[in-house]
Design a protein around this ligand. Sequence first.
Ligand code: 13P
Length: 245
Amino acid sequence: MRQKLVIGNWKMHGSLAANTALLEGIKAVPARARLAVCAPFPYLAQCQSLLAASNVAWGAQDVSAEARGAFTGEVAASMLAEFGVSYVLVGHSERRSYHGETDATVAAKALRALEFGIVPVVCVGETLAQREAGQTEAVVGRQLGAVLEALSLEQLGQIVLAYEPVWAIGTGKTASSEQAQAVHAFLRGQVAARDAGVAGRMAMLYGGSVKPDNAAELFSMPDIDGGLIGGASLKSDDFLAIGNA
Ligand code: 13P
């Protein structure tokens, strides 16, 4: 039985004051799922100081594929590790579409995170046009395929996978639990083709308009092991309700 995992992606939201209120609220109440928040880089130190003695983990939203050097604006995995980061999102659709991240870049970022003991949360997902053209499995299969190719079996056993249909992100339009389960089962099958044991243990999160009122149904599906939460992770009550769904 895989433990449920619920990760908040704050995206470019927050302030020192708002984060304090949010984190104090989240850590005060135990949740059934393991909880984590992925904060903007400047707030990682704040997460570290407020969450260190709690059950809530923290993470970043991106990492450089490079180890160090002349890469203005980039943040290295070694730096994230110094702030106690447990997770880093790689290949979020907003990075893929606004920053031109390719499947190969995403795989390289996942490798760099693993090198520094950080769990990469590899995000995959299709656009509405791709879904309507019947390309969902081809698209997520290709995105996952680059990671399957780049990682050793041992490394693959350490990642978290997140399926986030682009058309469900921030739109209030969630995939139905059946739609999400179908893609999760496909993804798990792809991993199983490499190694059944790793596939059976891998946490696969669903993201895209997860709210307190739809989380329980999504999380009850056999291949959905929790969620990657955007908007609803910014309110402690909603985030905790999802963590207890
Ligand atoms: P929403 O929950 O706001 O739809 O965002 C999902 C997401 O992109 C999490 O990474």
